[in-house]
Design a protein around this ligand. Sequence first.
Ligand code: URA
Length: 210
Amino acid sequence: MSASRTDQLRAIRDEIVGLVQSPLYQYRTQNGYFPVIGQGDHYANIMFIGEAPGKNEAETGLPFCGASGRVLDELLASINLDRQQVYVTNIVKDRPPNNRDPQKAEIELYAPFLERQIDIIQPNVIATLGRFSMEFVLRRFGSARANQRISQLHGTVIDVSTSYGKASVVPLYHPAAALYNASQRSTLEHDFQALIPFISDDKPSTMKLL
Ligand code: URA
């Protein structure tokens, strides 16, 4: 029998915990931080992918649990969703110092873990949060739109082929963009509506930190 989704995600967690070759490993251990693997329903239709954990996330091991996370929760609530119904993760699983952008080498090192998470959860929709995850995901699936900017693609539904069949990518701005900018917030609220057709409650919901 093949390993359960939870067991497969546990294996990913264990590998990342021991990822001594990561340039972010020492920073994690010296600060008593946790890697942030992901959280939510392992059978979710919708998977959100952010960039990298911030300080709050590294201190708790929970994705999007700080100020950006509050915005994400409000945006989910605006389409009658909560975290238990979706799966939330990042490309880079360890906090970059001073919240700087993830570097190319870091994205490349952590990407195989994200790819495995996508293959395990098999979401119908991958909602990318911010330009780094949009670029990574569109390139990964060989989308012809991979070279377009987030200002052109946000809120659109892009069909891609995955190892488990057809799926859609919905590029979204990062929720942090809405923290100090009211017009970005209304753009995000508008763009979240693109997810409504994909909401389904016919799968078991098992909220898990992993
Ligand atoms: N920003 C991200 O991209 N991810 C998090 O988990 C938190 C903030």
